[in-house]
Ligand binder design. Structure first.
Ligand SMILES: [Zn+2]
Length: 334
């Protein structure tokens, strides 16, 4: 499939400017969390369309090469737009962004909010618009106020029948039961899921995932980790206590995402992980590949992204002459 770039131990810790230049993949980024975005001011087609474009262009400036921008249609109907018109505006915004930032592949995920009673409508809208731009469905909102997702079995069944991929915000404020609900409803990715640690126990072998979290790990259900945001939201006292490294050690499939841009860009996330956990190019490559491989697009599109964008950039940035990566042969001699 591909060879991982060779990164020598002495150059494992990437410099800040290299991290900024790495091609990044963001599977979890809300329009509503983007700098300067206030849904109350985006109630006209032009305002909404251009906000979507600006959000994508801003991500491209951070060298994000693929994003699944999330948008909650129900936030933009106060000015008279229908849910469907909101999605049409967002699609236009994505198309305009593609023209302005040709190195960026941007898609949309439609997010239904818990507790507003519109989950089934947004699911239906996602089924109706699923295609090149709208690639998936999401549920967000306060888990403690959730309508139990089980009340929406029909909506989730319809998404499955129509082959629409699903991710769910679960296990940030809510516990392992919220994660269980999400996977039972067909989520193949989980936003946050930090509280899966509550499902872990310790025996003489070490830390052992429980029934639900083992299922998540063993089926490669992706944890869309947003470390800076999750610390801000109280999932850990400080980044050093964040469960991402533990999840990775236990074999979970983890992507690093922003969640909400106000908590930090992808570059900020990578820098913080480098500073706190010593992450370097190898770790960034690993989470980037995990993200690409679980993007809500076809295998051919993922492969193209990896082979024509991600790998060449890592190879270039990991060039021995750039002083970041040793030649594998030389490495053997040292
Ligand atoms: Zn989110």
């Amino acid at each position: 499939m591909y060879d991982s770039p060779v990164i020598s131990p002495e150059h494992k810790n990437a410099a800040r400017d290299i991290i900024a230049r790495l091609p990044k993949v963001d599977l979890h980024h809300h329009l509503e969390g983007t700098d300067g975005v206030d849904p109350a001011e985006l109630q006209t087609p032009d305002a909404l369309t251009s906000a979507v474009t600006r959000a994508v262009v801003a991500l491209a400036e951070d060298n994000v090469v693929y994003v699944e921008l999330r948008l909650s249609p129900e936030f933009y109907t106060a000015g008279g737009l229908t849910l469907r018109e909101v999605v049409d505006c967002a699609v236009s915004g994505i198309e305009a962004a593609r023209a302005q930032a040709p190195t960026m592949d941007a898609r949309l995920i439609l997010t239904a909010m818990r507790g507003t009673g519109l989950l089934a409508d947004v699911a239906e809208l996602t089924v109706a618009t699923h295609g090149d731009v709208v690639v998936g469905f999401d549920v967000a909102g306060p888990e403690e106020e959730q309508d139990p997702l089980t009340g929406y079995a029909e909506a989730f069944a319809s998404l499955r029948k129509n082959y629409v991929p699903v991710t769910v915000h679960a296990g940030l404020h809510g516990g392992i039961d919220a994660v269980a609900d999400a996977v039972q409803d067909g989520a193949t990715r989980l936003s946050h899921a930090t509280h899966m640690v509550d499902d872990f126990s310790v025996d003489i072998e070490g830390i052992v995932p429980g029934r639900v979290s083992a299922w998540v790990r063993d089926r490669h259900i992706v944890v869309e980790s947003a470390p800076l945001l999750e610390v801000e939201l109280g999932a850990a006292d400080e980044l050093g206590d964040h469960p991402l490294p533990l999840f990775q050690q236990l074999g979970f499939t983890c992507a690093v995402t922003t969640g909400n841009a106000a908590a930090g860009t992808m570059t900020d996330q990578f820098l913080a992980l480098a500073d706190t956990f010593g992450y370097g190019l190898e770790e960034f490559f690993e989470v980037t590949v995990a993200a690409v491989n679980n993007a809500f697009i076809s295998q051919e599109e993922r492969q193209r992204l990896l082979e024509t964008v991600i790998l060449p950039a890592y190879e270039e940035l990991a060039d021995p002459e750039a002083g970041l990566v040793g030649d594998p042969d030389e490495e053997d001699e040292s």
